[in-house]
Design a protein around this ligand. Structure first.
Ligand code: CA2
Length: 169
């Protein structure tokens, strides 16, 4: 096959335009500090799945429903805030966020989420309410439209599925 570079480029661009036109929604999934260790430590609390496993499952669900998805993990508060600011202006319709320990400390993440106009679902793998009292308060819950805790990594899927079914009604 002798496709010229021009042909290849225009083929790709037709596809990306079509994909954009078909996109049902766009979700950003944010994982806070230490969640890169998922599957490697404390499986009795956080399970055996790695973060890559979690993200791959979410990508499969999103693709099957025609949703665009971006997954991002950072150990740095400012990087998570920058990702929320990006989501504010790039057509993202919803954020699924597990702020990890920043849940309980970060007014700055709350402020960034307050500037985002789409849906926000807060996810915790463990049931934070069964744990130490400092985990019982969440700044992010003051903004979240939904909060899921204690369902393990399935909580992320539940969050995405709820966004997808809500947008279809
Ligand atoms: O239950 C959750 O998802 C948490 O957001 C997890 C945070 C914790 O500070 C919150 O209170 C509840 C901790 C994330 C640390 O993740 C690790 C995963 C595997 C091994 C070590 C840490």
């Amino acid at each position: 096959m002798n496709s010229s570079p021009t042909m290849v480029n225009s083929y790709c661009s037709i596809h990306s335009q079509r994909d954009r036109a078909m996109s049902q929604g766009k979700v950003t999934v944010l994982h806070g500090p230490n969640l890169n260790l998922l599957g490697a430590r404390q499986p009795e609390i956080y399970g055996y799945e790695t973060l890559e496993d979690v993200n791959n499952t979410l990508r499969e669900i999103a693709v099957l429903s025609g949703w665009e998805i971006n997954c991002f993990q950072s150990n740095h508060e400012g990087a998570l805030i920058d990702a929320i600011h990006t989501a504010r202006v790039d057509g993202t319709s919803a954020i699924i966020i597990n702020p990890a320990a920043y849940t309980h400390t970060s007014v700055a993440i709350l402020d960034a989420l307050n500037a985002f106009e789409g849906k926000v679902i807060e996810v915790h793998i463990s049931n934070v309410h069964k744990r130490e009292s400092f985990r019982h308060h969440s700044y992010v819950s003051l903004r979240a439209d939904g909060v899921i805790a204690g369902l393990g990594t399935y909580g992320y899927q539940a969050a995405l599925n709820s966004l997808i079914s809500e947008s279809a009604t």
